[in-house]
Design a protein around this ligand. Structure first.
Ligand code: ADP
Ligand code: ADP
Ligand code: ZN
Length: 215
């Protein structure tokens, strides 16, 4: 089976996590989400988690050196040897350069294109499972039973603190300022695949797989 070293690029709320989970299953590669790893560290109250929390809660980016260290450690684990899907990293030019310095060449950078208006609607309705991390949307992708996680049965889905309106605005402007320039950076390297992220999740997945398999 073909394996891939992939990266998801796009604004917060574009559906990167939703798509990355599906692609990880499909291609049997680990889903490496810096947001998930940082939230886990925050939950456990580790030094790293405490340091990251102030930034995350305010909708700001965690300092580059912190995130780069986490990703370097994760990608050096055995299961990432055959391929992986990066979700939420790199988010700045120095992070992208650090990835290259780790000797990693990406097969494709999947840029999920979604308008700012759609981002606000998606983040405003996002709810997730405090137990297993499964992600839903109040209107677009509700769980089968009200307020109960389909995946693990947990009751009481929650809204992330950084999905409150002030933090959403801060994250979107951070995206435009620091992350969007990576579109050109990867385009210049010939790795970029632009995908329309505004259609239904299944259609987005199929569009990504088609792009990957066209090469
Ligand atoms: P999103 O829904 O915006 O894609 P994530 O779950 O990827 O959110 O990230 C949540 C928060 O974790 C970010 O707002 C930021 O504070 C922090 N974070 C995650 N990845 C990075 C990164 N690569 N660089 C800096 N901060 C990060
Ligand atoms: P990201 O990881 O880019 O921040 P998520 O995968 O968490 O994005 O998705 C953000 C919100 O939008 C979630 O509530 C999710 O259920 C919803 N969502 C994801 N993809 C779609 C889609 N194609 N159409 C409508 N809603 C979507
Ligand atoms: Zn759950």
């Amino acid at each position: 089976m073909t394996t891939y070293r992939l990266m998801m690029l796009g604004p917060p709320g574009a559906g990167k996590g939703t798509q990355a989970k599906r692609l990880a299953e499909r291609f049997e590669i680990p889903h490496v989400s810096t947001g998930d790893m940082l939230r886990q560290a925050r939950r456990k109250g580790t030094e790293l988690g405490k340091k990251a929390a102030e930034y995350m809660n305010a909708g700001k980016l965690v300092p580059d050196e912190v995130v780069i260290g986490i990703v370097r450690d994760r990608l050096s684990e055995d299961d990432a040897e055959g391929g992986f899907i990066l979700d939420g990293f790199p988010r700045t030019r120095p992070q992208a350069e650090a990835l290259t310095e780790m000797g990693i060449e990406l097969d494709a950078v999947v840029n999920v294109v979604v308008s700012d208006d759609e981002v606000v609607k998606r983040l405003g309705g996002r709810i997730s499972c405090p137990n297993c991390g499964a992600v839903y949307h109040k209107e677009y992708n509700p769980p089968a039973e009200d307020d109960k996680c389909d995946a693990c049965g947990q009751e009481g889905l929650i809204t992330r603190d950084d999905d409150k309106p002030e933090a959403i605005r801060s994250r979107l402007s951070g995206y435009h300022e620091k992350t969007a320039p990576l579109i050109e950076y990867y385009e210049a390297q010939g790795a970029l695949k632009n995908i329309d992220g505004e259609s239904a999740p299944d259609e987005v997945t199929e569009a990504i797989v088609e792009e990957l398999e066209a090469n």
